[in-house]
Write a protein that binds this ligand. Structure first.
Ligand SMILES: N[C@@H](CCC(=O)N[C@@H](CS)C(=O)NCC(=O)O)C(=O)O
Length: 203
C-alpha cells in the first residue's frame, strides 16, 4: 500500500494508524499547494479531489477520505483496539468521534489557513472552534483517550487536528485534559515514527 501525504496535514492520522497497525506501506509526499507529487506528477491525476490522504492499494485501487482509510487499515490488520469489531457499539463510538472530528474540528480549521479571510472573521471562527475544543477537553477528563483507555483511530485524528492550533493562533494551552492527551499521544512510538517520517521531528 502507498499513502499519499503532506507533512502534518490530516494525512498524519491514517499514517499513525498504519504504523500502529504494523502493516507494510510506502509513503509519497504531495505538495498540496501546487498539487504535485514528489515525483512531479499532477496530483489531480492521482486523486481528482486534489486532497490528501489517499491510500493506493496493491492492485492499484485508490481509497480517499481519512476516516474511511483509517477504518480500512484497522480492519485489514484485524486491529480491534484501533477500530472495534464491526457492528459493536464500541465501533460506533469511535465512528461518532471520527465524524465529529472531521466535520466539526478539521473543517473548522480550513478557513483559518486561508490568507484571504479577514481578521474579524478569523477571530469569530477561532472562538467557535475553541468552544468545541472545550467540550472535547471535558470528554477527556476521566479517560486517557476519547472512548476509554485504549488508543483508537479517532485519537490519532484528534492529535493531528489539535496540533494545528499553534499555526492559527488558537490558544488551547489551558485545556489541561486535552494537553495531557496530546503529550501522552505524542510519546507513542508509532506517533513519533510517523512524525519523524514526515519531517515533523528530527530524524
Ligand atoms: N474530506 C477529506 C478532506 C481532506 C483534506 O481536507 N485534506 C487537505 C489537507 S488536511 C488537503 O489535501 N488540502 C489541499 C486541497 O484541498 O487542495 C478527508 O477527510 O480526507
Amino acid at each position: 500500500m502507498k499513502l499519499f501525504f503532506s507533512p502534518g496535514a490530516c494525512s498524519l492520522a491514517p499514517h499513525i494508524v498504519l504504523r500502529e497497525a504494523g502493516l507494510p506501506f510506502t509513503l509519497e509526499k504531495v505538495d498540496t499547494a501546487r498539487h504535485l507529487t514528489a515525483h512531479g506528477a499532477d496530483y489531480y491525476a492521482v486523486n481528482p479531489k486534489g486532497q490528501v490522504p489517499l491510500l493506493e492499494l496493491e492492485d492499484g485501487q485508490r481509497l480517499s477520505e481519512g476516516p474511511v482509510i483509517a477504518q480500512y487499515i484497522a480492519d485489514r490488520a484485524q486491529q480491534r483496539t484501533l477500530m472495534p469489531e464491526p457492528g459493536s457499539l464500541a465501533r460506533y463510538r469511535v465512528m461518532e468521534w471520527q465524524n465529529y472530528i472531521t466535520s466539526e474540528l478539521h473543517k473548522s480549521f480550513t478557513p483559518l489557513f486561508n490568507g484571504a479571510l479577514d481578521g474579524a472573521a478569523k477571530s469569530l471562527l477561532r472562538a467557535l472552534l475553541r468552544k468545541k475544543f472545550e467540550w472535547v477537553d471535558s470528554r477527556l477528563s476521566d479517560s486517557d483517550f476519547l472512548t476509554g483507555e485504549s488508543f483508537t483511530a479517532a485519537d490519532a485524528y484528534l492529535f493531528t487536528v489539535a496540533g494545528w492550533s499553534r499555526f492559527v493562533a488558537l490558544d488551547l494551552s489551558d485545556l489541561r485534559h486535552l494537553q495531557r492527551f496530546l503529550a501522552q499521544v505524542g510519546e507513542r512510538p508509532a506517533v513519533r515514527e510517523a512524525m519523524r517520517a514526515e519531517g515533523l521531528l528530527p530524524a
